[in-house]
Design a protein around this ligand. Structure first.
Ligand code: ADP
Ligand code: MG
Length: 618
């Protein structure tokens, strides 16, 4: 028996997330989506090969993912966009032409997640003939998006309607098919030769059941069709809760929370100098399932880390592991006199860890938000960022500013936050980028000098401030006006003068960037990103070889208006402003050239401005 997984779609309903990554490779429950299906398929003893049909756009990603998986063959269907896609039936035909060997076939859509095993389904098919998986869907509105099926007493499909307007049945067909030897190629070819729609698999079944017996097999267990971002979140929470029960056992009902990562458009190394930053919350998320355990312990699990850590609630001390981030938050609660009880926390995240999108801020804020809710602590939202920053500064021991925790707690959808790091005044600015997106390109390096150099920059700024205070009445470097800087710059040693010049001008640029967005002047915004980068490279001196290669390659792409290094420096990410029509060119060319020049595999993320950390109700 052979299986064909259909993974060549473009998932336009999940744009822009799926502009740079195949939906079927999105991480869910800690692993790429298709792996959940592969796990089920690997349990079938007489299944000899799994064929994954990918499009050309994401073929390299699938190929890389499939390395070392001996029973998996990835096929490239040659399509490059939604406009020239082959469609589900076209892709099955394409796979069959490549396989060129008759056999029994299992066909599964690569975005179906299910708990049921396939044994009974296959046995049923072997006994009866062509079989289609059926799920009972209670929500009639959802049936309209799928198909409705009526079965006779022998479980034969006697009525099938794709996307019914007025559904009468709650049984919907799902894209899990079994075809006995000698059937699939024959009927697919007949169907396509008649010039019928190659795109919707349901239409094929609608046609097929009229010319041959097609059976329906009703699956009882949980099933998800990951069609949009909400379904994706729901499935993630489902898997998270399941893992919690597996690891810790049954208990009280879990409550779910979700928190975004963040990027900073501009305003780099200004935060600790009392300046402006201009971040927004991005659509990369950490998920938390939390519940009381009514014991005196705190259980921590993360799907990103293997260890399961249990901490005695009376004996909180640093662990020097990832647990310090959420534990630090609990420690701050204790210091502030908030009382909590035993609790289980399980995390899952697709925010790249240590990748400059603040996975650390996200895990802190989600922990505090979850505990605040669960134990009804009544902590005001405005206090959350400061408590989380305290946890990271004092318990974890990382010297971070307030920006990350602030934006993760306070963000609003489709807006960026212009934050004054001196007095914490802030304002929301709508992010209307028209056809442009912010794209994050991770170099996948972080040089070991980073922390040391960061501390050195901070010290240089402090030294510069001390000198300048002899001449002007300022509290922070950001109070210094450009003309004052020009007047007193020769009082500063060379290196320090460069650092101060960056901070003063970066502040100006950040305020200007805010104005550009209000005026929807995207071109100038692009120019400001470039100016920021040049300043960070030449004056603040925090760039590195890999970032420069990534930037040089990025600027070759038409449609890139500007790009700059973001984060502490010496590796990490580049942020680019790019027109949507050039994203494909970008990930193909920059991806390839960066790989060739550095030997490193880059990662790309399109960033959409989303809401702050919140409870997630299912
Ligand atoms: P970032 O730029 O992502 O914030 P940091 O080094 O500041 O990088 O924080 C990363 C650390 O945060 C990780 O090493 C880990 O300790 C913790 N962390 C982040 N996300 C998770 C997660 N999903 N599960 C467990 N720990 C996490
Ligand atoms: Mg961090």
């Amino acid at each position: 028996m052979k299986a064909i997984l259909l993974c060549a779609g473009y998932a336009t309903r999940m744009y822009p997330l799926t502009l740079v990554k195949s939906k079927n490779l999105l991480q869910i429950g800690g692993v790429p989506m298709v792996e959940h299906i592969i796990e089920k398929l690997n349990k079938i003893p007489d299944l000899d090969k799994i064929f994954i049909v990918s499009n050309a756009k994401f073929f390299d990603d699938f190929d890389l993912w499939a390395k070392g998986k001996i029973n998996i063959v990835v096929l490239n269907d040659g399509s490059t966009s939604d406009k020239n896609r082959r469609g589900a039936i076209g892709d099955i035909k394409f796979a069959l032409d490549n396989i060129n060997e008759d056999d029994e076939f299992l066909i599964i859509a690569g975005d179906n997640l299910f708990e049921f095993d396939l044994f009974d389904f296959i046995n049923f098919g072997r006994k009866n003939g062509i079989t289609v998986g059926i799920k009972r869907i209670e929500d009639i509105e959802l049936i309209k998006k799928y198909s409705q099926v009526l079965l006779d007493d022998k479980k034969r499909i006697r009525y099938f309607e794709e996307k019914p307007q007025n559904p009468v049945s709650k049984d919907a067909a799902i894209l899990v098919y079994y075809f006995p030897k000698g059937t699939l190629k024959k009927y697919i070819e007949e169907y396509l030769n008649e010039g019928k729609n190659p795109d919707q698999a349901g239409l094929f079944i609608q046609y097929l059941h009229k010319i041959v017996d097609v059976y329906g097999f009703v699956f009882q267990d949980t099933w998800f069709d990951i069609g949009d971002i909400n379904q994706y979140h729901i499935a993630n929470f489902y898997l998270l809760n399941k893992k919690l029960i597996e690891k810790v056992g049954k208990g009280e009902e879990s409550i779910f929370f979700i928190a975004p990562g963040r990027i900073n458009i501009i305003g780099e190394h200004t935060d600790y100098n009392g300046g402006y930053v201009f971040p927004f919350a991005v659509d990369k998320f950490i998920y938390l399932a939390i519940r009381r355990n009514n014991k005196k312990v705190i259980n921590f699990i993360s799907l990103q880390f293997k260890d399961f850590v249990s901490v005695d609630i009376e004996k909180i001390k640093k662990t020097n592991t990832w647990v310090d981030y959420p534990l630090g938050v609990i420690n701050v609660l204790n210091e502030y006199g908030y009382k909590i009880d035993g609790v289980d926390l399980i995390f899952e995240s697709n925010i790249p860890i240590g990748g400059g999108l603040s996975s650390s801020g996200a895990i802190e804020v989600i922990t505090l938000t979850g505990l605040n809710h669960l134990f009804d602590l009544k902590i005001e939202k405005a206090k959350i960022p400061f408590m989380c920053q305290k946890a990271e500064n004092e318990f974890v021991g990382a010297r971070c500013g307030i920006m990350d925790q602030f934006v993760i707690t306070m963000a609003e959808r489709e807006k960026a936050i212009l934050l004054n790091c001196k007095n914490f005044e802030y304002k929301y600015i709508p992010l209307k980028l028209n056809d442009f997106y912010f794209l994050i390109s991770s170099t996948n390096v972080s040089h070991s000098i980073a922390q040391g150099e960061y501390n050195k920059r901070r010290a240089e700024c402090e030294q510069g401030l001390k000198i300048l205070k002899n001449f002007v009445d300022i509290q922070t470097i950001s109070d210094l006006k450009i003309n004052e800087f020009e007047k007193y710059k020769n009082k500063l040693p060379d290196n320090i003068r460069k650092r101060i010049e960056h901070v003063v001008k970066e502040n100006e640029r950040t305020l200007k960037a805010g104005e550009c967005l209000i005026k929807e002047d995207i071109n100038t915004l692009g120019r400001l990103l470039n100016e920021s980068h040049i300043s960070l490279r030449d004056l603040y001196e925090v760039s590195c070889k890999e970032i420069e290669i990534m930037r040089e390659e990025s600027l070759k792409i038409e449609g890139v208006l500007g790009c700059r290094i973001t984060g502490g420096g010496f590796g990490g990410c580049l942020i680019s402003l790019i027109h949507k029509d050039y994203i494909y060119d970008y990930i193909k060319n920059v991806g390839k050239n960066y790989r060739e020049k550095t030997g490193l595999i880059p990662e790309f993320h399109i960033c959409q401005p989303v809401d702050s950390c919140s409870i997630f109700k299912i």
